[in-house]
Design a protein around this ligand. Structure first.
Ligand code: NOJ
Length: 566
């Protein structure tokens, strides 16, 4: 039975098509690869990734078998928050290249079958954005200030912040300005850092500007946008104090009911194109019903599923999350998404190698004991599990190489989350380290031979995980991903079949996809027997005496309409 495991050579033949799939519903089952440009590939050798680097690696991405790329913000920015502080929504950061480079990249990617999704940040701008600079210069009471949330402080001399709201990066959400004569002035709102002032979405300029920015990029062939902090832009204009236990829609700056009008307007823009563009929301909400409201047919197409990503390595918890996810998406007809990590989250091989294998921002600490061999086994199993689930799959750059989270020297950390935690939280730079392409060389192939040192240092373990080292190794993470994505692309059952749960003994997650594919993940401590099957498509670890070992996943083919369906 084992010898019918699909070989890498066979799967390479199931290669990506040469141009994008004409199916307008491509986003329902797409594999979307997240590119953190600064750390993907350095084309000009200055130590920072760039668009030239991405263009040179398009063959790698096509061979991996992804349908689209999502780029983190690539705009001009002072990088106070890794580019989520945008100075110009219609430009490209000079360290990444030019607008012409972006246009060439979008076209070239499309020619090899890959669409482009970009990041749009509606909640806030950079404090260097011309609107904010104009607002500061124009002073209190000016129309320029109405595009933001400027407000007088409380207390006798305005010395108290207007509300008690807490920043997502800790501390207050308000910073006081200084008047031109040096006296303390009004306060302004920022849900993130002081360098990211929040926009006032009640202002018509803000709405018109963002719709125009969407058209600017859609006109350049961008296939969709990822919407940053999508539940936050609308504020309660009365600026109340935080209620103790806000009921749905009552929170003054999270998930306000009025927010849906914004996305309905964006959907109309997206739908006005011959190939309708796609809206993907970053929606962190615990309430499943409130989450699903963003995915109604006239709003966003999909949103990131953080519920699954935050689960510990536990069969019951993960299965419950999958069930919840599918149930919450069904009523609105939106596909689920499956996400193991991103540029904010501890890398899966590290996370799953820890005793606390779930994810929460406030639980991140330096020096957490980690078993990387265990984490890698589980990350391989999780890759196959998520790739077999119905919906859209996200792969964060470097996860296909099994890169661990880097513990960086304190003096190179840039992430404001680290600083605003008083140095307790290691921050997010550990998952943003430049990729290793070759097993040797100054920057492990990130830049050329004479390139400057990468902007963040690569840990020693990255050399063995370089693309070049994994290419020829059938047991590598990279080849596992390639095989999985090729099978998913070419097997309709696996990609688009109905999911039917299988009730198998042990700490397992088991389901059938369509008529003839089964995915079985063993999260327990003992090997488990395989259910009746006609073939083995792929395993994340070698079978042991025909059994599936702990911390691994197998994809099987089975007789159509088998007896074991639950
Ligand atoms: C979510 C982004 O993923 C994160 O990186 C950023 O810091 C915040 N939004 C603020 O824009």
């Amino acid at each position: 039975m084992d010898n019918d495991v699909l070989s890498p050579a066979a799967s390479a033949a199931e290669a990506a098509p040469a141009a994008v799939d004409a199916d307008l519903d491509w986003w329902r089952t797409a594999v979307i690869y997240q590119v953190y440009v600064r750390s993907f590939a350095d084309g000009d050798g200055d130590g920072t990734g760039d668009l030239a680097g991405v263009r040179s690696r398009l063959p790698y991405l096509a061979a991996l078998g992804v349908d689209a790329l999502w780029f983190n913000p690539w705009y001009p920015s002072p990088l106070a928050d890794g580019g989520y502080d945008i100075e110009d929504y219609r430009g490209i950061h000079p360290m990444f290249g030019t607008l012409a480079d972006a246009e060439a990249l979008i076209t070239e990617a499309r020619a090899v079958g890959i669409r482009t999704i970009i990041d749009i940040v509606p909640n806030h701008v950079s404090d260097r954005h011309p609107w904010f600079q104009a607002a500061l210069a124009a002073g209190p009471g000016s129309p320029e200030r109405e595009r933001f949330w400027f407000h007088e402080g409380g207390g006798d001399a305005g010395e108290l912040a207007p509300t008690d709201w807490v920043s997502s990066f800790q501390g207050s959400t308000w910073t006081r300005t200084e008047n031109p004569d040096g006296t303390p002035g009004e306060w302004y709102l920022h849900l993130f850092t002081p360098e990211q002032p929040d926009l006032n979405w009640n202002h018509p300029d803000v709405r018109a500007e963002h719709e125009d920015v969407l058209r600017f990029w859609f006109d350049r062939g961008v296939a969709g946008v990822r919407i940053d902090s999508a539940a936050l832009p609308v504020k309660d204009a009365a600026l109340p104090m935080l209620p103790e236990r806000p009921s749905p829609g009552e929170h003054p700056h999270v998930d306000r009911d009025e927010i849906h009008d914004i996305y309905r307007a964006w959907r109309a823009v997206a739908d006005s194109y011959d190939e309708p563009r796609v809206l993907v929301g970053e929606v962190w909400l615990e309430d499943a019903a409130r989450f699903a409201r963003y995915l109604r047919p006239d709003e966003m197409h999909t949103a990131f599923n953080f519920d699954f990503m935050t689960q510990p390595w536990d069969a019951r918890a993960m299965r419950a999350s999958i069930t919840r996810t599918l149930a919450e998406h069904a009523p609105v007809g939106a596909p689920a998404t499956w996400v193991l990590s991103n540029h904010d989250i501890t890398r899966p091989v590290t996370r799953y190698g820890r005793e606390d294998s779930g994810f929460a921002f406030d639980r991140k600490r330096f020096g957490t004991p980690t078993d990387l061999a265990l984490g890698t086994r589980r990350a391989r199993a999780a890759a196959l599990l998520t790739a077999a689930l119905p919906g859209c799959l996200y792969v964060y750059q470097g996860d296909e190489l099994g890169l661990p989270e880097a513990e960086l020297p304190l003096d190179v950390i840039e992430d404001p989350m680290h600083f605003r935690s008083g140095g307790v939280d290691p921050g997010r730079d550990g998952c943003r380290v430049p990729l290793p392409w070759t097993g040797s060389g100054a920057s492990l192939g990130f830049g050329g031979d004479d390139a400057a040192a990468p902007w963040l240092p690569q840990p020693a373990v990255f050399a063995a995980l370089a693309v070049e080292r994994q290419e020829g190794d059938p047991s590598s993470m990279l080849l596992l991903y390639r095989d999985a994505l090729a099978l998913r692309r070419n097997r309709t059952d696996l990609r688009a079949g109905e999911l039917t749960w299988l009730d198998l003994p042990g700490d397992v997650i088991a389901f059938r996809r369509g008529a003839s594919c089964v995915c079985l993940t063993n999260l327990g401590a003992a090997p488990v027997a395989l259910p009746p099957h006609t073939g083995i498509l792929l395993t994340s670890a070698p079978l042991a005496d025909g059994m599936l070992p702990p911390d691994s996943t197998v994809w099987l083919t089975v007789e159509p309409a088998g007896e074991e369906s639950a």
